[in-house]
Design a protein around this ligand. Structure first.
Ligand SMILES: [Zn+2]
Length: 68
């Protein structure tokens, strides 16, 4: 599977290549589209970046880890 074809959806938990300043590297996708917004699950800060940048920085999507 092509690394650039990682499938991600709204509310997925993701791990980025670089940790947040607070030391946590677990995020939730809170918005998808041309821009992607992710929220740090430790400090609840949200950051937004464009989709291409997000895909470049994304390391892993965590599936079925969270009960809604
Ligand atoms: Zn944080």
């Amino acid at each position: 599977m092509n690394k650039n074809d990682i499938v991600y959806n709204l509310n997925d938990n993701v791990i980025m290549k670089k940790s947040h300043a607070c030391g946590t590297n677990l995020w939730k996708i809170t918005r998808t589209g041309v821009d992607v917004k992710i929220k740090c699950l430790n400090c609840n800060r949200e950051i937004m970046m464009d989709r291409l940048e997000f895909q470049k920085k994304l390391k892993k999507v965590i599936k079925d880890e969270e009960v809604k």
